[in-house]
Design a protein around this ligand. Structure first.
Ligand SMILES: Nc1ncnc2c1ncn2[C@@H]1O[C@H](COP(=O)(O)OP(=O)(O)OP(=O)(O)O)[C@@H](O)[C@H]1O
Ligand SMILES: [Mg+2]
Length: 264
């Protein structure tokens, strides 16, 4: 389904992603872990073509994604929607309009300028918000919502594009543990119920283990682990994070219980 072959990104002398090769044969839910600077965001940005690879290839269902240009590139970008740590909503705009912006890439400049949305799109936006449990907030300004609610609005906006793949760059890094779990559960149900592929950069091991079918570990731009949550033992994790024996998994945890056990 998706082949990433020897994908490399250099920034000057610095190699952010170093010959990454990943093969995905079914629409899995994949977590990417690794310490800060390991190349996780750069990898996602290349997949979505926000950033161009220095070398290597991305093939999706036989199509060479790395060489797409113009309209074809934009079409790909709507097939693989991206969500971010900071939600990237328009804060003063109402929630429903924020979600409707997920359809902008297929609307005319004219209707965009005058904020004219077809009623079927409005109904779809509300249905998606309902599915994510936040339809009641539809008329509110995005900035009036909690972080977890705002991230669900961002997921709703992504779903408006009806994407094949959802790329999530640290989707829960700004959220408290409760909201983090709600957002991860939303991504998991979108994966299970709709059969969409989800690729999420995650800071916390337990989140990757609990919600993902497959975990990829990056270190210094290289893929150093690719396996199931069961194979991701503490020893393997220590290696991915380049940590010594003092490495404590709890420090990378979103668990409320675990958090209370970690000394301040
Ligand atoms: N636009 C850029 N220009 C120059 N260097 C960059 C750029 N973007 C990323 N880098 C470098 O590439 C490397 C990988 O960065 P990247 O943001 O992909 O890491 P990350 O794993 O997402 O880290 P974090 O967990 O902190 O988000 C880092 O050394 C970073 O400094
Ligand atoms: Mg990052």
């Amino acid at each position: 389904m998706l082949q990433i072959e020897q994908l490399t990104k250099k920034f000057g002398p610095n190699t952010a992603v170093d010959s990454a090769t990943i093969e995905v044969n079914e629409p899995a839910m994949i977590g990417i872990i690794g310490r800060s600077g390991a190349g996780k965001s750069t990898l996602l940005r290349m997949m979505n073509r926000l950033s161009d690879a220095t070398s290597g290839k991305i093939i999706f269902e036989g199509r060479d994604i790395t060489s797409l240009k113009g309209g074809e590139k934009r079409r790909w970008q709507s097939e693989c929607a991206m969500i971010f740590q900071q939600f990237n909503l328009v804060p003063r705009m109402d929630v429903v309009s924020n979600v409707l912006h997920g359809t902008l890439n297929r609307r005319s400049t004219f209707s965009t300028m005058f904020n004219l949305f077809p009623s079927e799109d409005i109904h779809r936006a509300i249905d998606i918000l309902d599915r994510l449990g936040i339809a009641a907030h539809g008329p509110k300004r995005a900035e009036a919502l909690s972080g977890g609610q705002q991230q669900r609005v961002a997921i709703a906006r992504a779903l408006m594009q009806d994407p094949r793949i959802i790329l999530a760059d640290e989707p829960i890094a700004s959220l408290d543990p409760m909201n983090a779990q709600v957002v991860m559960q939303s991504l998991r149900s979108i994966h299970e119920e709709d059969g969409r592929m989800v690729v999420a950069n995650l800071h916390t091991l337990d989140t990757a283990r609990r919600y993902c079918d497959r975990v990829i570990g990056m270190r210094d731009g290289r893929i150093v682990f690719d396996g199931t949550p069961e194979q991701l033992t503490t020893g393997v994790a220590r290696d991915i994070y380049g940590a010594d024996d003092s490495f404590n998994e709890a420090y990378t945890s979103t668990e409320i219980q675990t958090l209370t056990r970690v000394p301040a």
